[in-house]
Structures are given as C-alpha cells and as structure tokens.
Design a protein around this ligand. Structure first.
Ligand code: ADP
Ligand code: ZN
Ligand code: ZN
Length: 666
C-alpha cells in the first residue's frame, strides 16, 4: 500500500499519514482532499513514507486528488519548508495560507474557460522590449554586470538615488531574462498607489504576459494571476509581498524595489520578510536577485559591507538636467512656527505659487489633531479599548482611534467638568490643509493621506491631475513620499521630523532618513531645481547634515557604529515572543513561564518581558519578550526547540506569537 504524508492547515507542526487508494494517483506537491476528524480538508502532499505509526486499519484514505492547478514543485515545497522553519510556523499552515483563497478550498475550481489566459497579453507574438531611454553609463554598467550573472545565484544591491533610473535598469534585465525564456518576479511595496508602474511595464513589454498579484485583487483575479505564474505562462509577475510565495517554474530573475520598505514584512500569521524570502528563492532557483533603493536597509548595507551582496551605484539622476534637490534645515528655535509653519517656509511656498510651481507639505500624521483635551481639568479624549488618545478628525467629523479603528462623536463639552472650550492639540494633515487654505486662499490644495485615499478608485485620477499641474499645494503623509513623479513639483516642506528624532525606537533614525530622502526625491525631477526645507528644533543633528549631502553612506556608517556599540541588529539577531490577554498579568505570567520552558544556550540571551508601549489595543493587554543572539544558527536552534514547546504547552485562551527579525515594537 502507498503511504503519503500530507500537510494540513492545523496548528501543529507535523504532517499527517494517509493511504493512497489504488484508484488514485498522487505524488509530492499534489493538492489532495482528505478526511480529518468529521470533515474534509484540503492538504498538500509533502512527503512519502514506507511505514506509519498509525495501524494499517486506522489509516484513512485520501478522498481525491485535485488537478485544477499545477502540481507544486519540489523547489516551492523547499521554499515553504524554509519559511516555516525560519519563522517558526507549522508547515501546513505556511503552505496552505500561501495559496490564493480559492485553491485552499476543498471545492474544485470551475473548469477553465478557453478565454482564461490568466495573464494579460495574448502571448501570440513573442515578447518584445521597448526601452524608453538609452541607458546612462551608470545604468549600462549595472545592466551588464547583473545581466552577466543570469543563470546563477547572485545578490545585488542597486543603490541609486531617487530618479536615477533604477526602474529602467529592472526593465532591461527583465528583457534579458525573458530572452532566456525565464520568468521575472518584480516586487514592489504597494501597487494601488502607483498605477504608473504597471503601465510602464506594459508599455515596455507589449507582447509579454504580465501577471499582477497583490492582496487588493478579488479572489477570481488573484487566482487567475497566481495560476498564470504557477503554470509558467506569465513572463513577468509584478506584485507586492505575497507574490514572493507564488510558484514560478521558470524563475530566472527577482527584483525587490524599495527593498528597505517595511511593508515587505508580514505582520500576522507567517511573519516573513518578502525581501529575505526573495534572496532565499534566488538561491533555490539559481538566479540573480536585485534589491533596489535609494536608502538601503541597514541589514542590506551591512550585507554589502560583509561581501555577501554586491553593490552597484547609480549616483546621479538619469533625466538630463535633473539633479538632486538642495536640502536645508529651518531652525524653529530662531524662527518660531505659526500654525505649524516657519515664516521662511510660508514665504517659499508663496514664491512657488507665484512661479506656477507645485509645493508638497509633508507631515507624517493624518487627521486634524492628535489630542482633544480640556485645559480646565486635564481630561483628554482616550480610546476605551486602547492605551491611546483619540485623534480628532474634521473632514468626517469624529474622534478616531488610529490603533483599533474605533470612532466616537466629538463631545460638545468636557465629559468630566462640563467645560465647553475643548482644545485641539498638535496637528495632522487636515489642520495643515486648513492653515494653508487660510494663508493661500486662491491656491488649489490637495490632501493625500489614508483618509482621503479611502476611496481607492479615485486616487489614480487625483495623482494624474496633480501630474497635469491641476494642484498648487499638496499636503500628505508617506503616501505621497514614494514612487510618484510630479513634474511641476519643486518645493518640499517637512513639518514634524522631530517626533522621530525623539523616538526611543533605535530604528527611528533609519526610517526618518529613508522617508525624508524619498519625499525629497519628489522635488525637481525635471529641469527646474528642487528645494527641500525641513523644520526642526535640532538643526545640528547629524541626520540632517547627511540628508543635505545626500550622503547615505555616511549616515549608514554612523548608524551602524551606534548599532554595533549598543548590540542591536544587524550585529545581533532577534526574535520577539508576544502575548495578548484580557489582563496584563496573564500575558506577563505567560511570558515569564515561557522563558523557563527550555534551557537557554550560552550564546542566546532572553530578556525580561515588558508591556508594549501601547499596552492595550482593541481591548487586549499586550506584552513581549526579546530574544537575542550574535549567532543566527544558535538563535534558530533555540527558537525551534522553544516554539515546539510553546505550541504544546501554551493555553488556548491566550494569543501568542513569535516574530523572527521583528521590525515593529509598538
Ligand atoms: P528610479 O526608479 O530610480 O526612481 P526611474 O527609472 O523611475 O528612476 O527614472 C526616473 C526618471 O528618469 C524617469 O522619468 C525616467 O523616464 C527617466 N530616465 C530613466 N532612465 C533614463 C535615461 N537613461 N535617460 C533619460 N531619462 C531616463
Ligand atoms: Zn474638563
Ligand atoms: Zn482604540
């Protein structure tokens, strides 16, 4: 009799033995339907066995074998094994969660209609490549160097300043991969916000089959794009984080654009880093991987310094006549702000208005004001379910919690003392917009943040209107920082950089530098020079000097020196064990007991548990415990033993998870 080991989406690390009836054929990588308890479940054949611990008469048979999607390849199974092992999640959960929802179901897909090509492009004409530009010398060097490694694993950092033509380099390399009959996978942080990018890919490869894969697609579209990738039909897969999990039988090139972006880290379930997974995939597939950015993550930079990744530089903007903007700090101690604006920033915006050029005001906080308070008694509006203030919103008038999404009406008077004169403290995008409207009544203002972008469908049109010059002043959060190309934009003003400088999170300077460099990169992308003004009370901070010199290398060197001295990543490796419970005590007790579950080797350090800064979120109290080791291998061995015990012993009533290489600690 034939015995197969099947991975199922259950919270256990093991595979389950099933008998393969004579009438069925199945092998490694097949999706199968099996009885489990009283139900049927979808599983993936992940192994075979010659004998089982389950007595033969109790062994249940596989019910059916699915042929509505291609068999999953050994390489894909290996990727899943790696991810499940590295991020300490059950193999079955890892595999099944990475399938599009329709392929996780025990119900087969409807029969494939002949018109269902899966990927756009008719595929009848061979893929042509239409480059938009003749490469600059620096681009040509990068294309040649990376192109020479097609066919073997090699990890590159493409370090190019904003507007240096990184995308153009990706397109040339993708063309070469397609020429070799290989598939290319290009990961981007966010697709919805950059419809231009997809258009650019389609324009560059008119005959190619392009599959777009992200979580915003409906089930049918996502399934069909996934199938196009998995069947080897798509030449190019352009997608967000989850696209790195799609099977790609002819994979020959991986690109991770904006590799430093934190959206590559999944924050639930399998907490994988798509960037790190991409590097591992390139190893498995024996092909190059290109990590592109203007502001590399310190991990990636460190990997270059250590010789693990090869660095290629694009030091200048590609477009003739365009150069990097001038950055200067506005000293708020000498020039006190009114309504959030230093007089010289207001004057600079006025000057651009007179010239018919665009300005962008960047503030990293949405809403009207972060706190609504009563000065008579000290009351401040707080969220009932979170350790957080409610944010005052005026566009859709409400108090909102930015942690759990709760909303409440705006009180007319203080609920504790009855004072009717409540004060809005601090400012967010809506208040900044209001101040600008008062100061420049004739200017056409556009605010872009997660609230204004809620109706996603409108956003591409708004961005297009901005590109056409139908706006004078833009106010926005990070949503405006990345990727956009606004030809008329020549001034960027940054309002509240200091909040990040004062943060206790050791990653805050790295993030601030990246976002400021990105937002600065929106200015002066054509022949008119750009200018960036950063308001701060700490004009002497070395971060601003590095920013003004567009000196990423200098900034990275000083950050790495600090991290080394303090014993932070990338010089140590980390994992966090987190727990959530109704009472903080239960979470803390669970973590304290967890710390004693298995012996801790000498190279691994387990810290005491601490409550999160936002301790209560959505009604649950949260605490975490940090584990560190200078040795990746020692940490991994420890985590494997530890998580096995945790899965066995943790009470069902308590939520807990392990986060390997965590990046958020709020
Ligand atoms: P990045 O991805 O580094 O931000 P892009 O590839 O988007 O840069 O290029 C930035 C701008 O420069 C775009 O407007 C692009 O059309 C233009 N560009 C790119 N490469 C060249 C080139 N070789 N010659 C002229 N312009 C170029
Ligand atoms: Zn009061
Ligand atoms: Zn809340």
């Amino acid at each position: 009799m034939n015995l197969l080991r099947v991975a199922l989406d259950v919270p256990l690390a093991l595979l389950f033995d099933y008998a393969l009836p004579e009438t069925l054929q199945a092998t490694l990588g097949d999706r199968v339907v099996v009885p489990f308890g009283t139900r049927q479940r979808l599983g993936i054949v992940a192994g075979a066995a010659s004998e089982s611990e389950i007595p033969a008469h109790k062994l249940r048979p596989i019910a059916s074998v699915r042929d509505d999607a291609p068999r999953l390849s050994p390489e894909w199974l290996e990727l899943m094994r790696f991810l499940a092992g590295y991020y300490q999640r059950p193999l079955g959960e890892t595999m099944i969660a990475s399938l599009p929802p329709r392929l996780r179901s025990v119900k087969p897909l409807p029969r494939r209609s002949p018109r269902d090509a899966g990927a756009a492009g008719d595929g009848s004409s061979p893929a042509r490549f239409v480059p938009s530009h003749v490469p600059t010398a620096a681009q040509a060097r990068a294309i040649e160097r990376i192109g020479a490694t097609l066919g073997a694993f090699h990890a590159f950092l493409l370090h190019g300043v904003t507007g240096s033509g990184k995308t153009e380099v990706y397109l040339h390399l993708i063309a070469r991969a397609i020429d070799r009959a290989r598939q290319a996978l290009a990961l981007v942080p966010e697709i919805g916000l950059t419809p231009q990018l997809e258009a650019r890919f389609r324009h560059a490869f008119p005959g190619a089959r392009l599959a777009v894969l992200h979580s915003g697609l409906n089930d049918a579209a996502r399934t069909s794009a996934w199938l196009a990738a998995a069947r080897g039909e798509a030449d190019i897969v352009l997608g967000t984080r989850l696209a790195v999990l799609a099977p790609l039988p002819r994979l020959g090139l991986l690109v991770v654009d904006e590799e430093h972006d934190s959206s590559y880290k999944q924050q639930e379930g399998l907490r994988y880093s798509a960037r790190d997974a991409a590097v591992y995939r390139a190893k498995l597939a024996g092909c190059p991987v290109v990590l592109g950015t203007a502001t590399p993550s310190l991990e990636t930079w460190h990997n270059c310094l250590a010789g693990r990744y090869e660095r290629l530089e694009l030091p200048e903007r590609a477009s003739p006549g365009s150069r990097l903007p001038d950055v200067r700090v506005v000293d708020l101690r000498r020039e006190p702000a009114e309504q959030g604006f230093a007089p010289s920033l207001v004057a600079a915006i006025g000057k651009r208005l007179a010239l018919g050029e665009q300005s962008l005001v960047f503030i990293n906080r949405r809403g009207y004001a972060p706190v609504l308070a009563c000065h008579a008694c000290g009351w401040a509006a707080g969220c009932e379910r979170c350790t957080a203030h409610l944010v005052l919103h005026k566009a859709d008038p409400r108090l909102r919690c930015h942690h759990c999404g709760a909303a409440a009406p705006i009180p007319r008077a203080c609920p504790t003392c009855g004072n009717a004169d409540l004060s809005a403290m601090g400012r967010g995008t809506q208040r900044v917009e209001e101040a600008l409207a008062a100061r420049f009544p004739k200017a056409r203002l556009v605010r872009i943040d997660r609230d204004s972008a809620r109706r996603r469908a409108e956003l591409p049109r708004t961005l297009e209107a901005i590109r056409r010059g139908e706006a004078d002043i833009l106010v926005g959060t990070q949503l405006l920082a990345k990727g956009h190309d606004f030809p008329g934009l020549t001034l960027v003003g940054v309002l509240n950089a200091d909040a990040a400088l004062l943060s206790t999170d050791y990653r805050a300077p790295e993030r601030l530098f990246a976002v400021l460099e990105q937002v600065a990169g929106r200015a002066g992308r054509r022949d008119r020079p750009g200018e960036v003004m950063v308001q701060t009370r700490y004009p002497g901070h070395p971060l601003f000097a590095a920013l003004a010199g567009h000196d990423y290398a200098g900034f990275a060197a000083s950050q790495l020196a600090e991290r080394r001295a303090a014993g932070f990543p990338p010089f140590v490796h980390e994992a966090a064990l987190r727990a959530e419970a109704k009472k903080l005590d239960s979470a803390m007790r669970f973590l304290r007991e967890a710390a004693r579950l298995v012996a801790v080797p000498a190279e691994v350090r387990v810290y005491d548990p601490v409550p999160h800064i936002v301790t209560r979120r959505a009604g649950l109290e949260r605490a975490q415990l940090l584990v560190q080791s200078p040795s990746r291998a020692a940490l991994q061995d420890f985590l494997a033993a530890w998580s096995a015990r945790l899965f066995q012993t943790a009470p069902r009533t308590l939520h807990w998870h392990l986060d390997v290489d965590p990046i958020e600690f709020d």
